[in-house]
Structures are given as structure tokens and as C-alpha cells.
Design a protein around this ligand. Sequence first.
Ligand SMILES: [Zn+2]
Ligand SMILES: [Zn+2]
Length: 165
Amino acid sequence: MDMEMKEQRGTRDLDSLLHDRGLRNTPQRQLIYRIVASSPQHLSAVDVQRQLEDTMPGISLPTVYATLDLFAEMGIVRKMALAEGPVLYDTGQRHPHAHMVCRQCGRIFDLDILPVDDADIAAAANQGFQVDSGDLVLHGLCADCQAREHDTASKTTAPEQRTAA
Ligand SMILES: [Zn+2]
Ligand SMILES: [Zn+2]
């Protein structure tokens, strides 16, 4: 698995990628891909289904899951499983990045650093493990929620020093 090769793929390549697997590029697949690729946020299958409601009502949730999982397998979306909440899908268009999750509002932000670098992969290989992919998720308090906390309590504390909400 070549992680860097999965970066710059667009709808243009969806056809050929699906074709390689003997699958057709259906309007449904195109639409689901476009929703994930154009979303600034990371979407769950339920979010995607909700956005499909206007253009393609009646697509079942299992179908959405199956399509997103297929895309993840093809490397054009990334599957993120956080400790809490549903599995989220992130477009593979953007280069590999880490995530920051706010413990207050639950929003997820992109962080432009490599989630897994060569040293991590080498360390895993030393234990005989072959890495396919990896996620880095940082937990804390987003800027908005920090500002809101400052409004209510006038105390300032660094987010990483606060463990319990
Ligand atoms: Zn927040
Ligand atoms: Zn992301």
C-alpha cells in the first residue's frame, strides 16, 4: 500500500479506479464521492445520507456505508474511527493530515501534519508489523469553546492541562 499515492485523485479517476475493480461508476457513487470530497467537514454515513436526500431520496444507509467503505478500500476517502461517535469519512483529496477533536462541541479540525511518518512505520516494522495507514487524533478544546469558557469563568488554563470537563 502506497500511502502517498492516494493523494491527488479526483472524480476524473473514479471511473478508472472503479473500472479496475470491475465496478461501474454509477450516478449514486459519483454523488456520494462528490459529497465527501466537497465537504469541509468530516462526514459520517448518516451525514452523507442526509445530504443525498434532496438529489437522490431513498438511498438506504447500508448502501451509503457500503459505498463509503468501498471508497476507503480504494484509498480515495479515509475512514476515521474516533473513540466516541460514528466512523467519519474524510476525502483522500487532501494530503494525509492529523485531526483535533474538541471535547466540548465535538467538532473535528484538520491539522496539517503527517499522522504517520517514516520513523513510525519503521518502528512498527521493527516489531514485524506492516503499517497500511494510521491516524493521529489530538483531543482538547477548540478556540471557540475556549473563548466561551473565558466568558463564563475568567480563569485561563491551557487546554492540555485540563483533563476532565
Ligand atoms: Zn469546541
Ligand atoms: Zn481531515
